[in-house]
Write a protein that binds this ligand. Structure first.
Ligand code: FCB
Length: 395
């Protein structure tokens, strides 16, 4: 089961989850204030140890890496850019290029500079222009090294956690207005940031990473469940996706599982047998469904995240095989899929779950797990062995 030439086989991380010491962002402040259950602390110390991360990618046999740039490091005060910090990112990107690894850069992955949070964060209509201004600076410094860009990671998760649940910064439970403002400003911010990137590099490929959890009706025959699924889907992902669509050069898909919705339970897990450590249902078919859905737009697609919390690594190898099978199926059915970034390269700071949920192909100590070999074999061969049916366990 071969994949197209040049297919990107990578792993994904984000700055706050691995760098450590991100003292100038809103997460750090909330962690220190005791508003979050865990502290990121030194994380994986990737701010200093990024060269070892590159070595890990090489050991696995990957040809791509999705990482993020921390806005709060680059612009610690409004309008003041930190050149040494920009230089660290540049060296890291050069290191990746040198190792034959294609970088994919995210500009905003959940965290905000403190000063931006103080100005209302994503509720502030100025956030789009501010994001574009920071993006302009990054693109000027690194545009020559980066072709693949993600402006904003998962606005819908940020909205759900920050403005509906209120469990993440800015801790505003049931602020529906805030949620809608965030989604609106994220779409606008994407459009402006993309313009800033493309002004520096005309052939840049710019997208967002969307959290695409298919919404399915609990009872197919129930019009109420159907309506809930459709409304939930629109609110959750359809709205921001359709607003940004004309400004997406490709579509970034983060896929983990599905949501089953139906009256009177907003969400349910159907298949309780196949669950990750996090409790998420393992549902590879949903990856195919999502790919077909976004494939309709006729744009290139990359899986920007897919992975499993599995501390003892007993499910991850089969999880990878099962999901890679679905990628192959989608390509065979005409989806222009260009790559797959496994979440994550190494165990890291999993937001409100701290270091308890372990998504890594490697541990926090940078020791590769057996699943890294499973994945590396696929990446090196650019193919899946059809005889390897262990992924069929999840059906
Ligand atoms: C996604 C996030 C990523 C990571 C995974 C498990 O929603 O983008 O940072 O936390 O979930």
């Amino acid at each position: 089961m071969r994949f197209p030439d040049g297919f990107l086989w990578g792993a994904a991380t984000s700055a706050h989850q691995i760098e450590g010491g991100n003292v100038n962002n809103d997460w750090w402040r909330a962690e220190e204030a005791g508003l979050l259950p865990h502290r990121s602390g030194n994380a994986n110390d990737s701010w200093n140890r990024w060269a070892e991360d590159i070595e890990l990618l090489q050991q696995i046999g990957l040809n791509a890496y999705r990482l993020s740039i921390e806005w709060a490091r680059v612009e610690p005060e409004p309008g003041r850019f930190d050149q040494p910090a920009l230089d660290v990112y540049r060296r890291q990107l050069e290191g990746l290029k040198h190792a034959g690894i294609e970088p994919m850069v995210t500009l905003h992955h959940f965290t905000n500079p403190r000063w931006l949070a103080d100005r209302g964060g994503w509720r502030n209509p100025d956030v789009g222009p501010l994001l574009a201004n920071y993006t302009d600076r990054v693109a000027r410094q690194m545009g020559d090294l980066v072709k693949w860009w993600i402006t904003i990671n998962e606005p819908s998760i940020l909205g759900l956690k920050g403005y509906i649940e209120g469990s993440w910064p800015p801790h505003r439970p049931m602020d529906l207005r805030g949620y809608v403002q965030l989604m609106h400003h994220a779409a606008r911010g994407h459009i402006l940031a993309r313009r800033a990137v493309r002004a520096q590099r005309a052939d840049a490929m710019v997208s967002m990473a969307f959290a695409l959890w298919p919404m399915q009706a609990l009872r197919w025959w129930s019009p109420i469940d159907q309506a809930m699924a459709r409304f939930g889907d629109w609110l959750w992902q359809g709205r921001v996706l359709s607003r940004a669509l004309s400004a997406l050069d490709w579509i970034g898909v983060n896929y983990y599982s599905r949501n089953v919705v139906g009256w009177p339970w907003p969400t349910r897990v159907l298949n309780s047998a196949n669950r990750t450590d996090f409790g998420w249902e393992i549902y590879p078919q949903g990856l195919y469904d999502v790919l077909r859905r976004v494939g309709r737009y006729g744009k290139p697609v990359v899986i920007t995240e897919n992975g499993i919390a599995d501390a003892d690594d007993d499910q991850r190898p089969a999880y990878i095989l099962a999901h890679v099978r679905q990628l192959h199926r989608a390509i065979s059915d005409g989806v222009d899929l260009r790559g797959y970034m496994h979440w994550s390269l190494l165990d890291n700071f999993e937001w409100a779950e701290g270091y308890e949920q372990r998504f890594g192909l490697a541990t926090r100590e940078r020791l590769l797990r057996p699943s890294a070999q499973t994945y590396g074999k696929i990446a090196r061969a650019n193919a899946l062995d059809p005889g390897d049916t262990s992924g069929l366990a999840f059906r």
